[in-house]
Write a new protein. Structure first.
Length: 757
């Protein structure tokens, strides 16, 4: 996986994780808001219950007070005590026995007595002297209706009080006077505070229609909150309107639940009318106070969740950071050479691909150290490594802009040069090598380190090549350069490469080819020059692989001679020839003699003679139908031993031919030393004869033919391509001609079809 893909994956993972975190967050906010809603609902229900309870208590207190006055008035009626002398004292006593701060009785003339717990008694008092509000309720009471005043500041008792007024009826149910009593608002304090309702959090207040707080009972840590909520805000015109519209709504409804913001806190407010004097019970609770446990739970859960989220996000960031770091390390490991710090081949190939999109001409060079393993052995790995690092440094210094390099492994350095001129490249590489090549000195040795290089020039116009192919070619050029003495740089050569490739194929496939019978028998006719009849044929091997083109002997015989495989091949071909003659004989076709090429090594094989004898035996083919072609060079080296073997073969009936006579160090000694039956004059004679010195060659050839004839040796000329060639050799007295004029070598089957039927 490359760096880009790793980063892409990482980015995708981060996005997914963030997505998950965002989803969790959204779900959590959803849950929180649901919990919040239900908490609000619970709180509103709780506050409604509380407010109603307080309202009930206040109205009960008022009822109780009216009841007290009513009892007293009944007492006044039946005894008509109002007219007695000690009425004032009785009123005083009655006042002492209940919780009113003062009481008064006014007769129908509007005058009467007022008693107060603190200020004593005041007789002959006219109710019209009292303030307007009290006068109002008094008049209501004179009309026969009980009435209750609003709160007012009393000048008489110097307190904020309210007054009850109850008509007193005589026995005829006519109003005979008004009994009134006053009380201050603290009376309700006890009532409200006596036994808090439910959990009783927050504050309870009694407010009038103007939003004025008449009485406040605060249990929370902020007792002024009611004032803040109402009194302060009521100064503002708009807030006043708000409060009034709120109270207006409350008047219509049984109660109203709302939220108010004050300072940084949010308050829940429940207002319910007492339905007496425009009084309202107002319950106020801050969010934290109502449903304390539930709130605490929500808050704790929220905090835990947030902490968890923060933890998860931190972990995520840590993991991402680690992965990114890891990726970087991995990328470095994947693309960097650990020893020199240079790029490795993978990165080099990546760079090459990228650069090829812009450049269509460049050069790829592979640099190598001659016998680097000796450097390792002599100076040790540490020193050798240091040297490799120096090479990397040296290369870096010599690279131009947009050029790059890498170390593949060991002492293999790959360079990309933005050059296309062989001469310039040669100069640059030479300069680089001059800088890098040093003499390493050890206690015992001074070791001159040498470098060599292979290069391939790329030109897109010659055809697009893959990176791999370019590198393979550069490697080949480097390998080839190593074999060239004194050469420091070799440019890739297609021809050499092909032949090397072929050599490699031959070496690795020859055994398999023999087993698969890929070596096939081809025959080339040998014509009698006297009458033009078929005088014989030469067996020539063809390698026909399954998966590639036919391979001609020139591409593998020299290699087989070097690696010794030609012994096996020659034996195989000899047997094929025996088989073919046998097949003709079996088909009733009169056979012709066939020549088989025998390599030098055959004659050094201990089983050679035996093998040939066995073939004669096995196929029952007369040995004189087989001509063994030997090369003249053979005679030069081991004439004695060769002669012995040839003699033996001739005794067995085989005919011996000397092939390619005149192509190498032809020596007439050969003719003198070896007992042969046939002499094959090399194709080069005919080639030379068409040249300037043709006449001289013709005379030499004529003499050779005559000499051979005089020794009873049959002559064959190879390479007869034109009718003039045939004419010429016929005139020179040659017996047989072989060449493309008659036929190219053809498969045994075709030869049989063409010549043997
Ligand atoms: P060679 O034995 O001298 O065979 C004659 C070569 O000359 C053949 O090449 C043949 O195709 C070629 N030739 C024949 N007529 C003409 C002509 O008119 N013009 C030209 N230009 N060439 C002509 P081939 O088949 O490629 O064989 C090359 C050599 O390989 C042979 O030379 C022989 O030395 C060797 N060879 C072939 N088959 C065998 C084999 O089975 N065993 C061994 N040891 N060597 C073999
Ligand atoms: Mg031959
Ligand atoms: Mg030949």
């Amino acid at each position: 996986m490359n760096e880009k893909r790793l980063n892409k994956k990482l980015f995708r993972s981060i996005v997914i994780c963030l997505g998950i975190a965002a989803t969790i967050l959204m779900v959590w906010f959803g849950v929180l808001s649901m919990m919040n809603d239900s908490l609000n609902e619970m709180m509103s229900e709780q506050m409604e219950t509380e407010a109603r309870e307080y309202r009930r208590r206040i109205t009960r207190q008022i009822d109780k007070d009216f009841q007290t006055l009513h009892t007293l008035s009944a007492f006044f009626t039946c005894e008509d005590v109002t007219k007695s002398d000690d009425f004032d004292d009785s009123l005083c006593r009655a006042n002492q026995n209940n919780n009113f701060i003062g009481m008064a009785y006014f007769g129908m003339d509007g005058t009467g007595t007022m008693v107060q717990k603190e200020n004593g008694m005041k007789t002959q008092m006219d109710y019209r002297e009292l303030n307007e509000m009290v006068q109002g309720i008094m008049e209501k009471a004179y009309r026969g209706e009980p009435a209750l005043s609003d709160l007012f500041d009393s000048t008489i008792v110097s307190d904020r009080i309210f007054v009850y007024a109850l008509p007193v009826f005589d026995e005829q149910k006519n109003v005979m006077g008004v009994l009134s009593a006053g009380n201050n608002v603290e009376t309700f304090e006890e009532v409200l505070a006596s036994d808090r309702v439910i959990n009783g959090t927050g504050s309870v207040s009694l407010v009038n229609e103007e939003g004025e707080v008449l009485l406040s009972l605060s249990e929370n840590d902020d007792p002024d909150i009611v004032k803040e909520l109402f009194e302060s805000s009521l100064d503002e015109e708009e807030e006043q309107k708000d409060a009034e519209s709120l109270l207006g709504t409350v008047r219509k409804e049984e109660g109203i639940y709302t939220h108010l913001d004050c300072g940084k806190r949010e308050y829940h407010v429940y207002l319910t009318p007492v339905k007496v004097n425009g009084w309202y019970v107002m319950c106020i609770n801050s969010r934290g106070h109502g449903n304390y446990v539930a709130n605490q739970m929500v808050n704790t859960l929220g905090s835990v969740f947030l902490m968890l989220l923060v933890l998860i996000l931190s972990l995520l960031i840590c993991i991402c950071h680690m992965i990114a770091k890891n990726n970087k390390n991995l990328t470095e490991l994947a693309y960097q050479d650990a020893l020199t710090g240079a790029d490795n081949l993978l990165r080099f190939q990546g760079n090459l691909t990228a650069v090829r999109k812009m450049e269509n001409q460049f050069c790829l060079v592979i640099l190598n150290v001659h016998q680097f393993k000796f450097v390792n052995e002599i100076f040790g790995v540490k020193e050798a490594n240091r040297f490799l690092c120096n090479i990397a440094g040296g290369i870096e210094e010599h690279l131009g802009e947009e050029e790059f390099f890498c170390r593949e492994s060991g002492d293999n350095f790959y360079l990309y040069l933005k050059e296309d001129d062989e001469r310039v490249i040669r100069d640059r590489i030479e300069a680089l090598m001059d800088d890098i090549c040093i003499t390493m000195v050890d206690e015992k040795v001074d070791y001159q380190i040498l470098l060599y290089a292979g290069a391939v020039l790329y030109d897109e116009r010659d055809g697009v090549l893959s990176n791999e192919l370019l590198i393979t070619r550069a490697r080949f050029a480097t390998k080839y350069c190593k074999m060239l003495p004194g050469e420091f740089l070799h440019f890739y050569d297609e021809e050499i490469h092909k032949s090397e490739e072929m050599e490699n194929y031959v070496e690795t496939h020859m055994h398999q080819a023999l087993e698969r019978e890929e070596f096939q028998l081809f025959l080339q006719p040998k014509m009698d020059l006297e009458d033009g009849s078929l005088g014989g044929a030469e067996a020539l091997v063809r390698w026909v692989p399954e998966d590639r083109d036919i391979i001609y002997p020139g591409a593998f015989i020299p290699q087989f001679e070097r690696n010794g495989f030609c012994v096996q091949l020659d034996m195989y071909m000899a047997e094929m020839v025996f088989k073919q003659i046998r097949a003709w004989m079996d088909e009733g076709i009169s056979p012709i003699p066939i020549s088989v090429n025998q390599s030098k090594l055959m004659f050094f094989d201990a089983h050679y003679i035996r093998f040939m004898a066995d073939l004669v035996e096995k196929y029952q083919v007369p040995a004189n139908l087989i001509t063994l072609e030997i090369l003249e060079g053979l005679a030069l080296e081991h004439a004695k031993e060769l002669n012995r073997k040839l003699e033996r073969l001739r005794e067995m009936g085989f005919r011996i031919s000397m092939d390619d006579f005149g192509s190498g160090y032809a020596s007439f000694n050969t003719l003198a030393n070896l007992e042969i039956d046939e002499l094959k004059l090399d194709r080069s004679f005919l080639l030379e004869m068409s040249e300037e010195k043709g006449g001289r060659y013709a005379r030499i050839m004529g003499n050779i033919i005559n000499l051979a004839k005089s020794m009873g040796i049959v002559t064959v000329t190879e390479g007869v391509e034109r009718a003039e060639d045939e004419e010429l050799i016929r005139n020179l007295g040659c017996d047989y001609g072989q060449g493309f004029l008659y036929s190219k070598p053809i498969s045994a089957e075709e030869f049989t079809r063409r010549y043997m039927r």
